[in-house]
Design a protein around this ligand. Structure first.
Ligand SMILES: [Zn+2]
Length: 430
């Protein structure tokens, strides 16, 4: 996300990052490549899931978008993996769970929704038989489903049709899908979304480029993704290409300006691939959201969600595109296991973003960005107090909402740590 977060993690357990780091003590002038255990105990304090006991491997979502009632209704079916576990635990918050079934035959089962924690929401515990591999949940969202942003026509650019978009990061996907909502748990997904005829629907997946007559759309995400990267939007928007693998979705009145503003996206994708390896997600498109989108951008796989305020007319704010594109490697392929380590997602992403900007717009522009980053960071740390625990790269979010106290620290301090580490390493020819 622009001005937001991270996840590095292998699957569920110990995570390692190869970092170059300066040793302390009397060897402080030595610079060696070391393997740092980032999180020996990567237990996520923000999930009820016990993925080591039973874990989701694939999701099939089937939802109807009800603009009148401002709710989503339908079902989610999971393929799960376990070794004779007696139950699977999911995260939910603000959802109305109607029915749960087991197996392809959809045998109805009991389930338990715990009392609601104000941060984590409720656990949904579903009993399993030893051979159960499929779990299906019928549910609907409520007005407490905080991931869902329902906009009236008046709140859109074209002011004719309503608009819906979701924001899952960091722990909001559980408010529109009952799921194992932890950045260390990844699964592939398919979805069928039924919206109003005449409207488009898109997700963080392979997307349509034309509207369908009946408002029904099918989606597939073949890379395993953490729940926070599942995203949906529906509204009256259209698609325009900006290159062979890139394009933009926007409301009619914004489409041309958006396509012009983002015309360097294909170039960014090509230079990013040269530096970091093959782009793993097929297409890279942008969705321009109505102005109420509270962030600059969100790195939803295949489809970055972006605020229209970056359409400046002179590409001066396309750093945001470089940032969200960079997340296609750092964050979306490799993710922090818990939100305590957000700096891994965002620090590396700002670093990648600057490398992309340097290739496309030159070293001078990037130096200016770096200087601004350094000055802003100094100001921020002075304001927070240099001993404030949230000025650390690794923070302690146990018992806190990961959104509370979110600052530029994980982005800018994380970036400068990597940038300076790299510069020292190069100077010492490591
Ligand atoms: Zn980001």
């Amino acid at each position: 996300m622009t001005f937001k977060r991270i996840a590095v993690g292998g699957y569920l357990s110990t995570l390692f990052l190869i970092l170059f780091c300066a040793c302390g003590g009397n060897k402080s002038d030595e610079w060696t490549g070391v393997l740092l255990p980032v999180e020996e105990d990567s237990t996520d304090p923000h999930t009820y899931s016990q993925a080591e006991i039973a874990v989701i491997t694939h999701m099939n979502l089937d939802l109807t978008v009800n603009f009148n009632a401002q709710k989503l209704e339908g079902s989610v079916t999971y393929q799960i993996k376990h070794d004779k576990a007696s139950e699977i635990i999911l995260d939910t918050r603000g959802l109305k769970i109607k029915q749960v079934t087991l197996g392809e035959q959809e045998s109805e089962t009991s389930f338990n929704v715990s009392a609601e924690d104000s941060i984590k929401g409720s656990s949904l515990t579903i009993p399993l038989a030893p051979l159960t591999r499929v779990v299906k949940i019928y549910y609907e969202t409520t007005d407490k489903s905080a991931a869902l942003q329902w906009l009236t026509p008046q709140q859109t650019a074209d002011k004719i049709h309503p608009f819906l978009y979701t924001q899952g990061q960091p722990i909001l996907t559980r408010t529109w899908i009952p799921t194992q909502d932890s950045p260390g748990i990844r699964f592939t997904y398919e979805a069928t979304i039924r919206t109003l005829p005449g409207l488009m629907a898109v997700m963080s997946a392979e997307n349509p480029r034309q509207k369908t007559a009946d408002g029904v759309y099918a989606f597939k995400q073949t890379n395993p993704v953490p729940a926070y990267l599942i995203a949906l939007a529906s509204g009256d928007f259209q698609f325009a290409e900006t290159g062979p693998r890139t394009g933009v979705y926007a409301e009619q009145s914004l489409l041309q300006a958006a396509a012009t503003e983002f015309s360097d996206t294909d170039k960014m994708l090509n230079v990013a691939e040269k530096m970091y390896g093959t782009y793993n997600w097929g297409r890279y498109d942008l969705l321009v959201l109505p102005p109420s989108f509270p962030f600059g951008g969100m790195e939803n796989p295949c489809l970055t969600f972006a605020t229209p305020t970056i359409i400046a007319g002179d590409k001066s704010l396309t750093t945001l595109v470089a940032h969200e594109l960079a997340h296609s490697w750092s964050g979306n392929l490799v993710t922090n296991a818990t939100w305590n380590d957000l700096w891994l997602n965002e620090g590396f992403t700002v670093y990648f973003e600057r490398r992309i900007m340097e290739e496309v717009y030159g070293a001078d522009f990037t130096e200016m960005l770096n200087l601004l980053t350094y000055n802003n960071l100094k100001t921020l740390i002075t304001k927070m107090g240099k001993d404030h625990p949230d000025t650390r790269l690794k923070v302690d979010l146990e018992g806190r909402n990961p959104d509370d106290g979110l600052t530029r620290i994980p982005y800018d301090k994380g970036f400068l740590f990597i940038e300076i580490s790299g510069a020292i390493g190069r100077a010492k020819n490591i």
